[in-house]
Write a protein that binds this ligand. Structure first.
Ligand code: PGA
Length: 248
């Protein structure tokens, strides 16, 4: 019922020239299918990627946005600036932004409001730390993030939302959550959204798993009932590896 959604998060990798090379190699082999594909790149590569992927159906997204429309916010980029470039999606609240750049749930919530206003599709990232998981608090932490980040967001916007469940201990570590654990947590997220908005709305939300996804484990993850897609860092950087993920 929900369309599979496979996304690459390039983090702070690749120059524009390298992005152009990636696009050329990827598109030489890529065949569009019923799997939706997204690439989330640093700001400076976005014009190159939007141009290179025009007409292919591949969604080009940013990794961050500031919630104000404009103003004296040195170093920030607005949703209107992204929209002008033809950027159709944006990550919000990635654990590296929450952890390294101290983004709060309130920042994340405001960014969601702004993105929906500009019709840029957000991927809301949530996930617990190893310490929280070992303390048996994973469900509580992730449900709490969902409640805080979606506070005041109307039902019609939530229906268009993608959530990425990314346990912090699995990101870039080579340690993947077991497919069963990932499925369970994606189920917890859907239940929380159902509790807040009702089951019909929760059923519309695309839920991805992220954290050390690679060609060797993508099929098992994608076969889980609650998992609609993957958000992939390291294994999305090479065209052949990303193609294997897209063609899971
Ligand atoms: P990883 O990163 O695939 O390199 O673990 C995932 C992410 O941070 O989105």
């Amino acid at each position: 019922m929900r369309t599979p959604f496979v996304c690459g998060n390039w983090k702070m990798y690749k120059t524009a020239a390298e992005a152009r090379k990636f696009a050329k190699a990827f598109l030489a082999e890529y065949e569009a299918s019923d799997v939706r594909v997204g690439i989330f790149a640093p700001f400076t590569q976005l014009p190159t990627l939007v141009r290179a992927f025009r007409g292919t159906g591949v969604v080009i997204g940013a990794q961050n946005v500031f919630y104000e429309e404009e103003g004296a916010y040195t170093g920030e980029v607005s949703a209107r600036m992204l929209d002008e470039l033809g950027v159709k999606a944006c990550l919000v609240g990635h654990s590296e932004r929450r952890g390294i750049f101290h983004e709060t749930d309130e920042d994340v919530r405001k960014k969601l409001v702004t993105l929906f206003r500009h019709e840029i599709a957000p991927i809301l990232c949530v996930g617990e730390s190893l310490e929280q998981r070992e303390a048996g608090k994973a469900n509580e932490i992730v449900s709490g993030q969902i409640a805080a980040d979606l506070e005041g967001i109307p039902d019609e916007d939530v229906r268009k939302l993608t959530v990425a469940y990314e346990p912090i201990w699995a990101i870039g570590t080579g340690k993947t959550a077991s497919a069963a654990d990932a499925n369970e947590m994606c189920g917890v997220i859907r239940e929380k959204i159902a509790a807040l908005y009702g089951e019909e709305t929760a059923d519309c939300v695309t839920i991805q798993y992220g954290g050390s996804v690679k060609p060797a484990n993508v099929t098992e993850i994608m076969n889980q009932y609650e998992i609609d897609g993957v958000l992939v860092g390291g294994a999305s950087l090479k065209p052949d590896s990303f193609l294997s993920l897209v063609n899971f």
